[in-house]
Design a protein around this ligand. Structure first.
Ligand code: ATP
Length: 382
């Protein structure tokens, strides 16, 4: 077992494509780390550098205590699972799973009569391991089938089995669920989490899907344009996004962003967006920024129908009056498109609501969960 560390890793393609820019990231032994970000942010390149499929331009990659920059991929003791499964089409499931093991462990023994006994033992051990892993992934009934005779989900499980059977130090997974339909994705997601708990192998999982990142990662590292934006536990990233990009990337529907200004009114300090203003506690750093333009961020789920019971008690300070333009039913809740004068915001409200489209009603905002961002740097002010 081993952790993985990126130490000042930069990767430049050609003259000027900086795919990864001075990445510093420590992935702990046995940790499940998700690298997440939009297409082109550099997450696959980062993963490929750990695998040894791509050389870094600067910096060191560590697996455990070993600097692996110059270690060939086959000697890094990693296993990689891709989106497209990459199974051998002419081999059955059993051979697909056993192939890598045979290559590594029987090498040199196969043709030597003097080692026949040893080779037999190794073959038996491989057979045990293949069957054990196939059972673990519930594909033991398909061992004789070829990949083309399997569904997408089953193929992905064979690819996982092939990776697991080697008992590597590190798993690298690049969008392994992308080719599965929605239901199977959710199922396989849960299965991967379970497997990780069972095996405790350090895992780096690449995805562009924030839901996967939130649900699977013990920690998640959010990247943008080759730069690491934030790395923390999913709940913390959600509650305390480091900047506007992270705030907009995590959460669905996305956070509302509203142009505003810090103002003083009487003895209080407020964040004022013309249509309404919300109080800022004296202890908040923004309270000392009177006159500064900021971006106010409010998650849709922190806006409540003031006529329904909720965790937020409506007061003069936290309640806004808004017109309901559109109500989209999702079953368990509504997505409400609200307008307040010139402002448009989105709220997710309880399905017990009585509000109707075109109606003007009161909504309470959870002031403990309001975010402020610097207009120039887009960093969170807190
Ligand atoms: P996706 O989710 O679309 O796979 P990603 O976040 O994994 O995206 P990378 O594939 O790591 O992003 O690519 C990062 C940047 O590096 C992109 O701008 C991409 O075009 C560029 N890039 C990747 N591989 C190469 C290459 N072999 N040659 C030149 N540029 C490359």
């Amino acid at each position: 077992m081993a952790g993985v560390a990126f130490k000042g890793i930069t990767k430049v393609f050609g003259k000027d494509v900086k795919a990864v820019n001075n990445l510093n990231l420590d992935i702990k032994d046995k940790e499940f780390m998700v690298l997440v970000g939009p297409s082109g942010c550099g997450k696959t390149t980062a993963l490929r550098m750990v695998a040894g499929l791509e050389e870094s331009t600067e910096g060191d990659i560590m697996i455990g205590d070993v600097r692996v920059n110059d270690v060939p991929p086959k000697d890094r003791d990693i296993a990689m699972v891709f989106q497209n499964y990459a199974l051998y089409p002419h081999m059955n499931v059993y051979d697909n799973i056993a192939f890598g093991l045979r290559l590594r462990e029987l090498k040199g023994f196969f043709w030597q009569v003097s080692h026949a006994g040893e080779a037999k033992k190794i073959k038996q051990d491989i057979d045990n391991r293949v069957r054990e892993v196939a059972k673990m992934l519930d594909i033991d009934q398909y061992l004789h089938r070829r990949p083309k005779e399997l569904s997408g989900g089953q193929r992905q499980r064979v690819a996982l089995a092939r990776a697991i059977v080697r008992k590597p130090k590190v798993f690298l997974m690049d969008e392994p669920l992308s080719n599965l339909d929605a239901k199977l994705r959710v199922q396989t997601r849960a299965e991967l989490i379970r497997l990780h708990r069972q095996l405790g192998i350090t895992t780096i999982y690449v995805t562009h899907d924030q839901v996967e990142a939130m649900t699977m990662g013990q920690r998640m590292a959010i990247m943008r344009d080759g730069l690491l934006q934030q790395c923390d536990e999913p709940e913390k990233v959600y509650a305390y996004p480091a900047n506007k990009f992270v705030a907009s990337f995590i959460g669905s529907p996305p956070m509302n962003f509203i142009d505003a200004k810090i103002v003083q009114s009487g003895t209080g300090v407020y964040v004022d967006c013309d249509e309404f203003k919300l109080p800022i506690p004296a202890s908040h750093p923004a309270a000392g920024m009177i006159g500064k333009r900021v971006t106010l961020g409010i998650r849709p789920e922190e806006i409540f129908d003031a006529n329904l019971p909720s965790n937020v008690t409506p007061t003069d300070d936290n309640t806004i009056t808004a017109k309901v333009d559109v109500l989209e039913p999702l079953g368990h809740e509504y997505v409400a498109y609200l307008s307040i004068g010139k402002l448009s915001i989105i709220a997710t409200i309880d399905n017990e609501t009585r509000v109707k489209e075109a109606q003007v009603s009161k909504f309470a905002i959870n002031l403990d969960r309001v975010h402020l961002f610097d207009v120039e740097t887009e960093n969170a002010i807190r």
